[in-house]
Design a protein around this ligand. Structure first.
Ligand SMILES: Cc1cc2nc3c(=O)[nH]c(=O)nc-3n(C[C@H](O)[C@H](O)[C@H](O)COP(=O)(O)OP(=O)(O)OC[C@H]3O[C@@H](n4cnc5c(N)ncnc54)[C@H](O)[C@@H]3O)c2cc1C
Length: 281
């Protein structure tokens, strides 16, 4: 494995400074993706900046909506970027206000991946089949970085592409808390990543449906499903709605036709298994 230098800053500010000063330096979170990439010599960064020692990057809290410029906004669930999938899965707070997310986190990869992989690493990596990006889109996430807040709709920009600028660090994901939400996926037997996954949420202003593992440009919102569910919030309505095949992925796992079918089936399963949330007052 080729790594030029290793740094473990104690603060976000120090990490940002190192990333700006050192040529070709990259942030390291859980290393679940980055280290295999380096090991396979697909990348050889001059330096890795380990975010793992930064205090407070793994906190989970409710952000009181009333703090936003005098207008009453709904509360949000804020999860620090360094929070591991296992911690999200085990969090009592997440289980209470967003149980579908706790279940999503507890179903990622295997125990070793969940013990090291982080929500920030998953969002920044934007693997086209990763679970968290679907939740982020369906929960109107604000991806918070060291310098700005990026709505999920602008953040994910294609296969492994995000709106992050070089040296920019995700510090937290701020998620809207829906009335209810559900997630269903079909796993690849080989990689354990989703062949396709559908996150469904229901807010006062309507449903949101986000799909991972099926789009040729990565994660996306399925407006056809959202329209069908606005008219009739039921598994039957989800199953009857059909995505256009154009723009769907074709790979060794499945072609566009099968994926279009999967999206309907998984959306129906997500709704059937829905779990009401209990928004904190
Ligand atoms: C065997 C295996 C199975 C897996 N199965 C699944 C699965 O089923 N579903 C799923 O969703 N995922 C799966 N994953 C991916 C895993 O869950 C991690 O989310 C993913 O590897 C990235 O998280 P990480 O914390 O390990 O990030 P790293 O590997 O450390 O980093 C990934 C990338 O993000 C950048 N980065 C990391 N943190 C930040 C930050 N805070 N700000 C800016 N950039 C950052 C790094 O520079 C790097 O480019 C699997 C991984 C493995 C190895």
């Amino acid at each position: 494995m080729q790594i030029g230098a290793y740094h473990a800053p104690a603060t976000i500010a120090e990490a940002v400074r190192l990333l700006a000063e050192l040529p070709d330096a990259v942030p390291l979170a859980g290393g679940m993706t980055l280290l295999p990439v380096i090991r396979q010599r697909l990348a050889a960064p001059d330096a890795v900046i380990d975010l793992g020692r930064i205090a407070g990057l793994d906190t989970i809290r409710i952000e009181d909506g009333s703090v936003h410029e005098g207008t009453r906004q709904p509360n949000r669930l804020v999860i620090g970027a360094g929070t591991t999938h296992a911690t999200v899965a085990d969090s009592q707070l997440v289980a209470t206000v967003l149980p579908a997310l706790a279940r999503l986190a507890g179903d990622i990869g295997d125990p070793a991946v969940r013990a090291r992989g982080t929500i920030g690493g998953s969002l920044a990596n934007n693997d086209p089949a990763a679970d968290y990006p679907a939740a982020a889109l369906a929960l109107d996430a604000w991806n918070v970085t060291d310098r700005r807040v990026i709505p999920a709709a602008d953040f994910f920009q294609g296969f492994f592409q995000t709106a992050l600028m070089p040296g920019e660090i995700v510090t937290a994901a701020s998620l809207a808390i829906p009335a209810c939400a559900g997630y269903a996926k079909l796993r690849s037997q080989a990689s354990r990543f989703p062949v396709c996954g559908v996150f469904v949420s229901r807010f006062a202003d309507g449903p949101r449906v986000a799909v991972t593992g099926a789009g040729s440009q990565g994660v996306f919102r399925a407006t056809v499903l959202e329209q069908a569910l606005t008219a009739d919030w039921s598994p039957a309505a989800a199953r009857a709605a059909r995505l256009p095949e154009a723009g769907l992925l074709s790979d060794a796992n499945a072609g566009p036709r099968y994926r279009a079918h999967l999206v309907s089936v998984l959306a129906a399963r997500a709704i059937a298994g829905i779990m009401d949330t209990a928004p904190a007052a």
